[in-house]
Design a protein around this ligand. Structure first.
Ligand code: HEC
Length: 321
């Protein structure tokens, strides 16, 4: 991977804002550092991979289908494992719309759209470019509790047999906390584990989004699921409060990866229900070190849930995880 794409330390944030902000694509191959980060409006977001350095040779990043796309085309590490419109726009500019995300099967507003020029592509892929949306084509289910009585599709394609449902790619990270898979839960199977659901989802995405002819092999599915379920992404540093796991704070992706979890862990109907669930920064109530430390002072409003706003942190905390 290209190291300049991600932030290696808090001190260089302000220098790298532009470089990180316009670096949209997943690297072609090689290993990336663990805990790579990118800048967001309030600080740095990092991904912790419990399996070690991010392996960009994993099938997740390989073009498994027929038109060059990989999972990474729509689940970009530096976009929090989804896509954001400004970076999709950068991809149209830098590749003249050739980047594999621009494919008509589900990237354009209609599969029939004119994509014969860059200008035509800007219009054909407007939902993707302006909102980061992919067209998920699904027919009205036979057991639907409604019927389709009219279609008003400005892109001239949708019908009862294939509705055009425009959806953001869900982040392919923090998957250990999922109760269902996909916006509509359609990759959630009764009696099956999330691991099974994700394996089936990976195969479906390969055949659908990447237009593959052959299904994934069992080992490819396993490699993808192992990879994506090992990813934990979280805000790691705040512009004002600094490193979120400093002074025994429990912010950041490493702490997130160790978060106890099972479905119903804090069920409102359970006798053990605790309404005071947000305890990550309890340690900051009584900061151990000097009150003159600017981060320690800033942590007080953060703990209270108030927003802090400056990008002026001049010191260099080094342990942002
Ligand atoms: C063309 C863009 C695109 C590509 C390529 C793509 N995805 Fe996605 N992905 C999406 C969209 C859009 C959704 C949400 C769809 C929905 O809910 O109907 C999604 C949803 C997901 C989810 C569900 C997460 C959740 O919280 O439920 C996972 C996991 C996922 N994708 C993994 C993958 C994998 C693995 C691959 C490669 C085999 C892949 N995706 C390829 C666009 C894409």
């Amino acid at each position: 991977m290209q190291p300049s794409r991600f932030v290696g330390g808090f001190a260089i944030v302000c220098v790298l804002v532009v470089a990180v902000g316009i670096a949209p694509s997943a690297p072609a191959d090689g290993n990336g550092p663990n805990l790579f980060g990118f800048v967001d409006p309030t600080g740095i977001v990092r991904t912790y991979n419990v399996n070690g350095a991010t392996d960009f040779d994993n099938p997740f990043f390989q073009g498994l289908g027929t038109h060059g796309r990989s999972c990474g085309s729509c689940h970009q590490p530096a976009d929090g494992w989804t896509i954001v419109p400004s970076h999709v726009q950068a991809r149209v500019e830098t590749t003249d719309g050739e980047d594999p995300v621009f494919r008509t099967n589900d990237g354009s507003n209609s599969p029939m759209a004119d994509v014969s020029s860059v200008e035509a592509k800007r219009s054909a892929y407007s939902m993707l470019l302006t909102k980061g949306l992919i067209r998920v084509g699904i027919g009205v289910r036979p057991d639907a509790e409604f019927e389709l009585i009219d279609v008003n599709d400005p892109y001239g394609y949708a019908s009862a047999s294939e509705l055009s449902l425009f959806r953001r790619p869900l982040p392919a990270t923090n998957l250990r906390f999922l109760a269902t898979v996909m916006w509509d839960g359609r990759e959630t199977f009764p009696g099956e584990s999330i691991h099974f659901d994700l394996s089936d989802q990976a195969n479906g995405a390969t055949l659908g989004h990447t237009a593959a002819i052959h299904p994934l092999t069992e080992s490819q599915r396993e490699a993808i699921v192992k990879f994506e379920t090992g990813l934990f992404t979280a805000q790691s540093a705040d512009n004002a409060a600094g490193v979120l796991n400093a002074q025994l704070g429990a912010g950041g992706p490493v702490a997130l990866s160790q978060q106890p979890f099972y479905i119903g862990i804090n069920d409102v109907l359970s006798p053990a229900f605790n309404p005071r669930a947000f305890t990550l920064f309890d340690a900051w109530q009584n900061p151990p070190s000097s009150e003159s430390d600017p981060y320690t002072r800033a942590r007080q409003p953060s703990r209270e849930g108030r927003k802090s706003s400056t990008c002026g942190a001049s010191r260099s905390p080094t342990s942002a995880v």
